[in-house]
Design a binder for this molecule. Structure first.
Ligand SMILES: Nc1nc2c(c(=O)[nH]1)N[C@H]1C(S)=C(S)[C@@H](COP(=O)(O)OP(=O)(O)OC[C@H]3O[C@@H](n4cnc5c(N)ncnc54)[C@H](O)[C@@H]3O)O[C@H]1N2
Ligand code: MOO
Ligand SMILES: [Mg+2]
Length: 419
């Protein structure tokens, strides 16, 4: 007799998985390798930025008070006592009506409190000395880039769990992080199961198809910030699958299988979970596609039994695996970012299960619109190529119409959501 599966709501399924999400671990990488990784600790300023008052222009550093009387009819003259470029420090004390020729980025000489742009000064020589004159007054602080104006020592700049983008990379360099503490990428093992599966380079033969899920999942793993370990494809043979899965478990933090999870004669994952002694968290979810998604837990490791159907497999990853990965990357927002969008197509057929329709979200005239990107069936692979969102249509008795406002979960977003 076929075991009856009881569907549970998607939110409950996610909750059950997240109980076993575990915690992130830190590792150290060189700054050059940090881009795209996730910070394992908050980034704070340990010094002021900039660390000294500096010139934002090529020009002359002066004491503003000396320029007070300058106007078009009364140029004020300064003796130029030295020249400093960025990286150099003035060596002479600046006395009244003296100036230092200064370049962008150089430290403001002691005693000076304003900078005159080169274009506003006239420089000339007289009796072997260099002078410049200006025809307008400057106030203290004019054209100074002040110490700490960018960041003050102690400022919290980037929270733990942030993905290191080029800007974060710049800050890490600014604060001297030659080595960076980042989240260790969770290692996710992948098996594709199915006797019908061909390798990518195999020619098509009757009854068989190429294994696309393994490559799709590897990309999803990478997109979410984890490290895929692909163990290859398995024939639908119980003992072979069991042995392969059991031995792979030692090498990974969690394991994904695709296919073999439904109720068919050759769907062996349910038996394998039993043999392993794994606790099955659920084996039916009230969602389309991916209703057969099964998640089990064994000795602190999650085993994701994703559907063999490509669209169902894809959705299963984004809903159940991604938030676990993000949690282990120290994110406080591990879920897909949610938004609302205007539906651009009718969806008349009601469905008792919540639908996650592979869709394309666009920004049109300042508001989000959403349209499905292909046929809404779980065995469809072509629709995935253009999907940048999952449109969430709650199950129930009604369909949806063009113009309705619907929820969308964004697939390419980096920020995430805490719910
Ligand atoms: N009697 C029932 N039959 C089915 C049910 C059900 O409730 N009762 N559920 C259906 C649903 S819903 C889904 S989804 C599928 C899930 O099946 P499995 O997860 O067991 O996957 P398979 O049977 O192994 O394969 C399904 C389908 O996907 C193709 N596939 C598998 N692996 C790959 C791969 N790596 N790359 C590309 N395509 C793959 C496979 O050839 C099949 O066509 O079960 C329904 N049946
Ligand atoms: O698990 Mo199936 O995808 O609901 O079609
Ligand atoms: Mg099957």
């Amino acid at each position: 007799m076929l075991e009856k599966r009881t569907p549970i709501p998607v939110t409950e399924a996610i909750e059950r998985v997240m109980k076993y999400a575990g915690e992130g671990e830190a590792e150290t990488v060189r700054l050059e390798e940090a881009y795209g990784r996730y910070l394992a600790e908050e980034l704070r300023a340990d010094h002021d930025v900039p660390p000294f008052d500096r010139s934002p222009y090529d020009g002359f550093a002066i004491r503003a008070v000396d320029s007070a009387q300058a106007n078009l009819d009364n140029p004020v003259e300064f003796e130029v006592i030295e020249t400093i470029g960025a990286g150099q420090v003035a060596t002479k004390a600046v006395k009244p009506f003296q100036a230092v020729r200064i370049m962008t980025g150089a430290q403001i000489p002691a005693g000076c409190d304003a900078v005159v742009m080169l274009e506003l000064a006239k420089q000339y020589e007289r009796d072997g000395k260099t002078y410049m004159s200006i025809k307008r007054p400057f106030r203290p602080g004019d054209n100074i880039s002040f110490q700490g104006e960018d960041a003050k020592k102690g400022d919290a700049l980037v929270p733990k769990g942030t993905r290191i983008n080029p800007g974060v990379q710049a800050l890490l360099a600014t604060f001297g992080y030659a080595k960076v503490k980042v989240a260790r990428k969770p290692r996710i093992g992948i098996f594709a199961t199915g006797s019908e599966l061909l390798d990518v380079s195999d020619p098509l033969v009757p009854g068989k198809i190429r294994n696309s899920n393994a490559y799709m999942i590897q990309a999803q793993v990478v997109r979410s910030g984890a490290e895929p370990i692909y163990f290859g494809k398995l024939m639908d043979d119980l003992d072979t699958c069991f042995a392969a899965i059991q031995s792979a478990l030692d090498q990974v933090d969690m394991l994904i299988t695709t296919g073999g999870v439904s109720v068919g004669d050759y769907d062996y994952l349910p038996i394998i979970y039993k043999r392993l002694g794994a606790e099955v968290l659920f084996n039916k979810v009230a969602m389309r596609p991916g209703s057969v998604t099964t998640v089990a837990h064994l000795d602190g490791k999650l085993l994701f039994g994703l559907s063999g159907n490509p669209s169902a497999c894809y959705v299963g990853y984004e809903l159940f695996v991604r938030p676990v990965v993000r949690t282990r990357l120290f994110s406080t927002k591990p879920y897909l970012k949610k938004a609302t969008a205007m539906l651009m197509a009718d969806f008349p057929k009601p469905n008792p299960f919540t639908r996650f329709v592979r869709s394309y979200v666009a920004l049109e005239d300042g508001r989000l619109t959403v349209a499905p990107v292909g046929m809404d069936k779980s065995n469809i692979v072509t629709s995935l190529a253009r999907a940048n969102a999952l449109m969430v249509l709650p199950g129930g008795t009604r369909g949806f119409a063009k113009g309705d406002t619907v929820e969308v979960w964004l697939l390419e977003d980096e920020e995430g959501s805490d719910v």
